[in-house]
Design a protein around this ligand. Structure first.
Ligand code: SAH
Length: 345
């Protein structure tokens, strides 16, 4: 029996013939009533997956030091927008604000904003941030441009929908979702011109490429905001440094991979982020983008090992701190898989 969200998808397909992969991902994750993120807390051991801020406070603390340093480099403005997109439980922001407590003037200057689709996670963010004030928005374009901005996003871009394209005998085809007798399955259909335009210049036949109009729009919106207001954006996600082909669509439930078209709305759906494509786009919009580095390189460069040593001195649980550090920067864990993109005006 299809669940409520599957019924809605089947109804939409009966009206329009097919659902583009991107539309499908968007509905599966953020349908206002039945989307995966809307009414659950998917994080941690008891949830479906664990993110870096949920592994250890060290992650947010060193990013806090990085944010404070950027604020100082901007000339310590008395008011700036500290924006986090897709903040989950709000742990990263709470750790940033705690670690910056002793930075004179920082907390008063920081106007905290969250861009968040999930009402229930907005509530968690509000609880986590107390006693700081914050505001919530649906879209980054709603942020006021009258002061500099620092934009942060951890594991947000991977949740924005992609389309998959493959060139066969009939030219470029896009992956779509179809319904037959209440069963959803994938199929291929002629790809639209605006999707083909997003492909890398050189492509190989019979290989699958992922392109993302949603990510492109989001990065344009961030770039336009920074152009007007000044400031810096930092995005951390699993992804690759050079654009290449390959199917990275995956669904996760209870810390295990599952089928994308099974339990729709009950599992997280993501794809790797093509940081190469996003960097090229930021450059073309006239901003400066730093070379993409690994999470390991980034966290080490901003002192996570020093922070881990300091924590070990005051903690009874030194082994746990070492284990958490390894999960965050170890090559076999998040260290190499996750990449960091930073751009600014
Ligand atoms: N940054 C957090 C959570 C990552 S999970 C952490 O690292 O723990 C992805 C987050 O993005 C969730 O908070 C989810 O509700 C939010 N999200 C997903 N799609 C979104 C969209 N289109 N607009 C706004 N928020 C979205």
């Amino acid at each position: 029996m299809p669940n409520n969200l599957e019924k809605i998808l089947i109804q939409k397909i009966s009206e329009g013939g097919v659902l583009d992969l991107g539309e499908f991902i968007e509905l599966a994750l953020t349908h206002p009533e039945y989307g995966y993120y809307m009414y659950r807390d998917p994080f941690g051991e008891a949830g479906d997956f664990t993110t870096a801020p949920e592994i250890s406070q060290m992650f947010g603390e060193v990013i806090g030091a990085w944010v404070a340093n950027i604020w100082m480099q901007m000339g310590r403005p008395t008011s700036f927008n500290l924006i986090e997109v897709g903040a989950g439980r709000g742990t990263l922001m709470a750790d940033i604000m705690r670690s910056c407590k002793s930075v004179s003037g920082f907390a008063d200057a920081a106007q905290i904003h969250f861009i968040e689709a999930s009402k229930s996670l907005c509530e968690k963010q509000s609880d986590a941030l107390r006693p700081h004030n914050a505001s919530w928005h649906n879209n980054i374009v709603d942020i006021n441009v009258d002061r500099p901005c620092i934009i942060l996003g951890n594991e947000f871009i991977d949740a924005l929908p992609v389309e998959q394209l493959k060139r066969g005998e009939k030219g470029w085809q896009k992956r779509v979702v179809i319904a037959e007798n209440d069963n959803l399955s994938f199929d291929w259909q002629e790809a639209d011109k605006d999707l083909i335009e997003l492909l890398p210049q050189k492509t190989e036949s019979n290989q699958l490429y992922e392109v993302s109009p949603s990510r492109k729009t989001f990065i344009s919106e961030c770039s336009n905001l920074l152009k007007k207001s000044g400031g810096v954006a930092l995005f951390i996600d699993y992804g690759y440094v050079k654009s290449h082909y390959g199917d990275t669509l995956q669904a996760i439930k209870n810390h295990e991979f599952t089928e994308v078209l099974e339990d729709i709305g009950e599992c997280d759906i993501t794809t790797h982020v093509d940081f190469d494509a996003l960097s090229r786009q930021v450059k073309s919009l006239g901003l400066t983008v730093e070379p993409i580095i690994t999470q390991r390189e980034f966290l080490s460069s901003i002192g996570i090992e020093i922070r881990a040593s300091a924590l070990k001195k005051i903690s009874d649980n030194k082994a746990d701190i070492a284990k958490d550090l390894e999960r965050l920067i170890g090559r076999k864990h998040m260290g190499d898989l996750f990449k960091v993109m930073c751009f600014y005006k």
